[in-house]
Write a protein that binds this ligand. Structure first.
Ligand SMILES: Cc1cc2nc3c(=O)[nH]c(=O)nc-3n(C[C@H](O)[C@H](O)[C@H](O)COP(=O)(O)OP(=O)(O)OC[C@H]3O[C@@H](n4cnc5c(N)ncnc54)[C@H](O)[C@@H]3O)c2cc1C
Ligand code: SF4
Length: 467
């Protein structure tokens, strides 16, 4: 008999008071009994709507049934047949707008906590298999493939190609592999040890990761293919170029892009005592934007010791694009939400340092092309907020470096690489996926794109050699 409890089991978390002072993980994970009891809430539907909400079609009822039967390794096998990064996705996927949104239990209560169960299964597997290596040694098929970027798309593509026997080398511009998972998403949401485990798994299985290599500068895609013997290249270089608002004052001291701020904190470990990474120890911070990036920047600034941190967002609560859970966590921690507020200018003192941000109040008009109600400025509503730091989190786009250094690679006007469903670009042998193609999106979509491209690369190389 299923457990007909209406609410999902709550996720144990650190208290907000403790969280404000630590980068330790906020959500602590289900214990075994809670996981089994939650799994028993699943009705094992004949037509599982949850799967339709999952971008990589994880066989959700099957893995949940295995949790209910306490066959956790069986559950892990089911998940990992579709997902390369379950411990990551169980933590950061927006389940509330995907699998959990379509779960039938959500009709008369709360959906099954699919994401929390995924995390439970992955963490349990990782704890038990630590140091054991995941699979048989790599047997090379003699064909070389290069991957540009080590974010979720590149890691997923590399993992699948490695399994198929390809000699895979990932070229990563930064000194640590993981993409946004290491430089963007903070430790308190995604411990870096988990990402390291995923990249270690790949290298233990024969994938080479060359860090500090900027493709387009250190070497080009043309050189990789024409001189280094790579038969195909997957571009998973993400969308790391920050946007600014083009308002006066954005070049004052104390204005950061969220990418720069988070990179200093996460990747360069500015939060550790004695770190050499320079960072402003701000007192009053305004973070402009309402997505996950804005929440991460705001909550990081708070943990870095700021006394007041505000989210400044031009639409309302309903329209906040960040995950609901992250918004709730941010509120609990004391982040101030200044909604329907739009910055006009950042003002500085005589030393060129930020001293305030002036904003206008907004109201919501008719829906725009995105379906969200368009924010409209209220007349005579200018006011200012005293701040010493402003963090811009209003979006990013792909860096133009790859496009400008690769012959025959088509891109969209806004910089996204043009690629079909399976990642094929305008240049034969060059495939692309993830944020580099779609613009800033999600981990699961990037991972799914990497997996599709791996299958297409395999077909491309086989076809080339069949003729
Ligand atoms: C702060 C933040 C929070 C987020 N939170 C969430 C969340 O909660 N849930 C969610 O699903 N998604 C979230 N996202 C979005 C998600 O992380 C991205 O959609 C995903 O990481 C994209 O993966 P990717 O592989 O396409 O690129 P990335 O993860 O961006 O990785 C690209 C990699 O390529 C490298 N690179 C770039 N150019 C070159 C070059 N020329 N040569 C060599 N290497 C290069 C970069 O250094 C980087 O390591 C968040 C993003 C940010 C920034
Ligand atoms: S829709 Fe919900 S109840 Fe039905 S199989 Fe999926 S998780 Fe279980």
């Amino acid at each position: 008999m299923p457990n007909m409890q209406k609410e999902k089991h709550p996720m144990p978390t650190r208290s907000p008071e403790e969280r404000r002072k630590t980068f330790g993980e906020v959500a602590l994970g289900y214990d075994e009994e809670t996981a089994v009891s939650e799994a028993e809430r699943c009705l094992n539907c004949r037509n599982p709507l949850c799967m339709q909400g999952c971008p990589v079609m994880i066989r959700i009822p099957e893995f949940i049934r295995k949790v209910a039967e306490r066959d956790y390794e069986g559950a892990y096998e089911v998940i990992s047949a579709s997902s390369s990064l379950p411990a990551v996705c169980g933590r950061v996927c927006p389940q509330e707008t995907q699998c959990e949104k379509t779960c039938v239990r959500g009709l008369k209560g709360e959906s099954v906590a699919i994401g929390r169960l995924e995390r439970f299964v992955a963490d349990r597997h990782n704890a038990l298999s630590r140091g054991k290596g995941d699979r048989a040694p790599h047997v090379s098929n003699g064909h070389k493939v290069a991957i540009v970027g080590s974010g979720p798309s590149g890691l997923a593509c590399a993992g699948d190609l490695n399994r198929l026997g390809y000699d895979v080398t990932i070229f990563e511009a930064l000194h640590v592999a993981g993409g946004v998972l290491v430089y963007g998403i903070p430790e308190f949401r995604l411990p870096k040890e988990i990402v390291k485990r995923e990249t270690d798994n790949l290298t233990e299985n024969g994938v080479r990761i060359e860090t500090n290599v900027v493709v387009g500068k250190t070497l080009t895609i043309d050189e990789l293919m024409e001189e280094e013997g790579f038969e195909a290249v997957f571009v998973g270089s993400g969308a790391g170029l920050p946007r600014f608002m083009s308002i006066p004052g954005e070049n004052l001291k104390g204005v950061y892009s969220a990418n720069e701020y988070l990179t200093r904190v996460n990747l360069m470990k500015a939060y550790l005592p004695g770190s050499d990474t320079p960072i402003r120890h701000a007192k009053r911070v305004a973070v402009v934007g309402g997505g996950n990036v804005a929440m991460d920047a705001a909550r990081s600034a708070l943990r870095m010791g700021a006394e007041e941190v505000s989210i400044v967002y031009r639409r309302g609560e309903e329209e906040l694009p960040a995950r609901r859970e992250e918004v709730e966590h941010a509120k609990e921690e004391g982040i101030v939400f200044r909604l329907l507020t739009n910055p006009k200018e950042i003002l500085g003192d005589e030393k060129g340092e930020v001293k305030s941000i002036s904003c206008v109040e907004m109201t919501l008009g008719e829906p725009d092309s995105s379906g969200r109600r368009r924010p409209v400025e209220k007349e005579n509503s200018l006011f200012s907020i005293d701040v010493d730091t402003v963090i811009m989190a209003i979006g990013t786009s792909p860096n133009p470096l790859i496009k400008s250094t690769t012959k025959g690679l088509e891109t969209q006007k806004w910089g996204g690489i043009v690629a079909d469903e399976d990642g094929r670009t305008s240049r034969p042998g060059v495939f692309a996926g993830g944020d580099a193609v779609t613009g800033a999106a999600t981990v699961i979509l990037a991972m799914g794109a990497g997996k599709k491209a791996a299958a297409a690369i395999d077909a491309y190389i086989k076809e080339k050699h069949a003729g």
